[in-house]
Design a protein around this ligand. Sequence first.
Ligand code: ADP
Length: 559
Amino acid sequence: MLRRRYLIRDEKGRVVETPERMLQRVARAMAGAEEISGGSAEARIWEKRFLSALSQGLFLPNSPTLMNAGRPLGQLSACFVLPVEDSLEGIFETVKQAAIIHKTGGGTGFDFSGLRPAGDQVASTGGISSGPVSFMQVFDTATEAIKQGGVRRGANMGILHVSHPDIELFIRAKTELDLFSNFNLSVMVTDEFMQKVRADRDWDLINPRNGSRVRKLKARGLFELMVESAHGAGEPGLVFFDALNRGNPTPALGRFNATNPCGEQPLLPYESCNLASLVLPRFVKGKQINYPALEEAAGLVVRFLDNALEVNRFPLPQVKKATRLTRKVGLGVMGFADLLIALNIPYESSRAAQVAQKVMKAINSAAREMSRDLARQRGSFPAFAKSVFPAQGETRMRNATVTTLAPTGALSLLMGCSAGIEPLFALSHKRRMLDDQLVNEVNPAFKARLAELGLDTLQNQKALAQSGLAASIAGLPFKDREVFKSAHEITAQGHMAIQRAFQLYTDNAVSKTVNLPARAPVKEVWQVFEQAHAMGLKGITVFRHGSRGRQVLELASLP
Ligand code: ADP
């Protein structure tokens, strides 16, 4: 995968870069920003430090940085949000901007709530509008056509506000109408809506063009539609408007109406964000987390990311302007499940949630500390005076946000660790590669543990390949069964407890999927959505096993 996606090729398509050279290229490009303030000697010192951390596998930046740093494209960010205006010119301008971003490996999020509903009038032509869902198909088709040179399919997040008149169509679009192969969908839900669901009240659908009420319906009926659709096919997700905006560091610049494709990064129109993730299992010493090392690495990576904002070749002038105004960066983690296994802690346990909080608190504080230091040398982000920080007693800050928890889909494969903060998907599973081949993979920590216990027999290997579950190994001690539980054996509450623990110390949002077993009833999704809101999460995504036709990861049999 490294070869296929990241390493430089010549005109004939032959790979001409080694992985070491790739890391050198990335370290050098990011250290280049140090020359501006410190000269070339300073740049060399930081290049060494960045390269050392990268070579030890302590962290990786998001994919576009690995692919494009130090190269002509030079576009380094993974996440973008683009505004969509309610005019034909505006819509197609955004399609074009999205195409430019996809070409460079970035993902885009859009709030389509400003578009007038289907059937509404169009004054200039005397015709009627086809509405957001119809225009989203234009974005979807454009994305399909670009395919990012065959290495990275474009990713989009489509968001519609819960009061938009086309909301029901939007909710059904993927699941019933089979539209969109390049969109994740989320409904933007407000506290007010959730209160109406709880109290079983009516809910107004409003035309965004003139603010008039188009229709009213039962809040519960609409909520049920989201619940059923998510139960049936994992979409839509919910994003919670009020929780997102309570965490908005610059409300004077605007409110959050959209996130990037996987939901972990709320952004204002035209903002972009560079992400990076620490590889948690690399910070285990004996059976303990090496906190000083973790904090030092967090600081270093924030410096790396702030440098990325200097050397980034922004794909659009508007993106450059908006991004440099707040200088958001997003440091997160991968390999959390591996970390817990190394510490012999079950994912579904209060200790795991404590570890999550402690780890993220340490990372967030070290990241902020570095951001303050950088501000002393380089100045605060330009919108600092208008931000929430002065009221919190801060005198300077280089970055409006410092932490984000990304899914690390590609990065965790590169590092051979568990993805983001997710539990193990299965202890043995088949992975569908880009060329459609299925490859069998056994979790190495589990294999080692079985060997230690004298249980790595042919019979057990077979049982494991069949079920993917630790529980299928006869004679496995209870504690090991708990520690090696996989995503579908963990309750929804267990998943959400970890999401919340991380969210408490994350400036931006958390990418997390709440897995449900195939037999989970619709009612459970309803409860999960309500609980997620009550817990103050910024968003929620559920996925019931086997509910979508083809999955990237496949278990041999359903639990
Ligand atoms: P990676 O592991 O490749 O760095 P992640 O899985 O952590 O990426 O996703 C982080 C963000 O990167 C996503 O939320 C999205 O904004 C962007 N992204 C992910 N996959 C794609 C893709 N195929 N095309 C465009 N953007 C993507």
